[in-house]
Write a protein that binds this ligand. Structure first.
Ligand SMILES: [Zn+2]
Length: 448
């Protein structure tokens, strides 16, 4: 080949090489920006996640700015590693970024704004400017906390007991209720008045000493208002009991429940320990999930009824120590009342409600949970027969099924419990017409 021939060949190869590199680099696919479609920002800084990806040349830059009444503020300016020849992060190599919108430190006034999010890639298009994609996210800045006025005055509540508080809150409050220490009790609307709310609450048996009690409202922007009211907590002691587990109970009840719940059965004491701790915890989690279905409609009226003709064999929140041949093997708190009647006695609804649950529930055997409305629910365990289904409306004293000894039960009895929110409370208060009238019904007053 002549010298000229060689030069032509090298030039041709260089041209092919340039085309091989340039064609993919000239791709026209824009970066993809994924994030929320709208935003409400309150007094507290708000962090917003942004997810970026690019299928072609790869990600090059991201700019985020906030356009508001006072002008524009740059919030984020990022360059991603890469170059004109090799491109940048592409395909499954996604970028996760967080942008912080802090209305307070930016001195932003309440009102509408816009978050402008723009990304570029390493494409050679647009005279090497790259493909650009842009999202404009509407932002509402609202730093005003919701208005909250507590109507109820001095409120006495026992540890393990219930109480009611009535308050008024801005209609834009997204969430409201009562906090007792770490426990949250959601509030509900009272009929006929959109701003007047009722929250039933309780002091959990295991709450720390003197937990803070206050009404709280949070709006969509996350602004929170707390309002205290004079709530006095009356301390009380709970009983301790020793429960001896007979050999027959371990071989009969525990092994059957163990095989039904997937617990190893070769050592009946170990099986009991696992059921009493692990299966119990799983069942209690399920109960808390079920009672979250309690709705705004109030079905209950007046005092709750105790199972007719029944005898109390074990009280509320008794701390039980389980023994086998005198040796302590496990502990648990008993958050209900055990009520003994005749064998296979009709079990009746303690108040009007709707069936939230009617099925097998581990240690509680065949179990019914009723929603009485506004966060108040009741539970009936160890039934031998279920006569209701989820969604059924039931009247007070209507039969739900027959008593039995299903689940972790030594003999035929009803395990009865009442919950306020996700917290077990002492049914004695709800069985007492005077308590229900003076602590709850008079509080609600003429609004309902
Ligand atoms: Zn019980």
């Amino acid at each position: 080949m002549t010298g000229r021939g060689w030069i032509l060949l090298v030039a041709a190869l260089a041209l092919v090489g340039a085309v091989v590199v340039a064609v993919p680099r000239l791709e026209g696919g824009e970066p993809v920006i994924e994030m929320v479609s709208e935003l409400v920002v309150g007094a507290a800084p708000r962090e917003v996640g942004i997810e970026l990806s690019d299928e072609g040349a790869g990600l090059r830059t991201l700019e985020v700015r906030l356009a508001h009444a006072g002008g524009e503020t740059a919030l984020l300016d990022r360059r991603f590693p890469g170059g004109w020849l090799q491109g940048g992060a592409r395909g499954t190599d996604r970028q996760h970024l967080v942008v912080r919108v802090d209305a307070g430190s930016l001195g932003l006034a309440d009102g509408d704004a816009e978050l402008v999010v723009a990304a570029r890639d390493w494409s050679w298009r647009g005279a090497f400017a790259g493909n650009r994609s842009e999202l404009r996210i509407p932002v509402r800045i609202d730093t005003l906390p919701p208005r909250l006025d507590v109507e109820s005055g001095l409120t006495y509540v026992h540890r393990g007991g219930s109480a009611a508080v009535v308050y008024r809150v801005d209609p834009d409050a997204a969430e409201h209720g009562v906090r007792v220490g770490d426990a949250v009790f959601h509030g509900f609307s009272l009929n006929g008045d959109s701003s007047r709310k009722l929250a039933l609450f309780a002091v959990p048996v295991d709450a720390p000493p003197e937990p803070a009690v206050y009404v709280v409202a949070v709006d969509a922007a996350g602004n929170e208002t707390q309002a205290s009211f004079p709530a006095r907590i009356l301390e009380r002691e709970f009983e301790r009991a020793t429960v001896s587990l007979p050999a027959g109970f371990l071989t009969r009840v525990v092994s059957a429940l163990a095989s039904a719940t997937g617990v190893r059965t070769d050592d009946p004491v170990a099986a009991f320990q696992e059921i009493n701790v692990e299966i119990r915890r799983r069942n209690e989690d399920r109960i808390r999930e079920v009672v979250r279905g309690s709705g705004n409609e109030r079905y209950w009226e007046g005092a709750f009824s105790q199972l007719p003709g029944s005898v109390v064999t074990s009280g509320f929140a008794e701390q039980r120590s389980y023994r086998v041949e005198g040796r302590p093997v496990s502990e648990a708190r008993h958050y209900g009342f055990d009520l003994a009647s005749t064998r296979a006695a009709p079990v009746t609804a303690a108040n009007a409600g709707v069936v939230l649950f009617a099925d097998d529930l581990g240690i509680y055997g065949n179990c019914v949970i009723l929603d009485h409305g506004q966060g108040l629910t009741s539970l009936y365990g160890h039934l031998s027969r279920l006569d209701v289904q989820v969604g059924d409306r039931v009247a007070k004293d209507q039969p739900l099924g027959l008593s039995g000894a299903t689940g972790l039960a030594g003999g035929d009895h009803l395990h009865f419990a009442i919950l306020v929110g996700g917290t077990y409370v002492d049914p004695l208060e709800w069985w007492d017409p005077k308590w229900v009238h003076s602590h709850v019904e008079t509080r609600i007053g003429t609004g309902e």
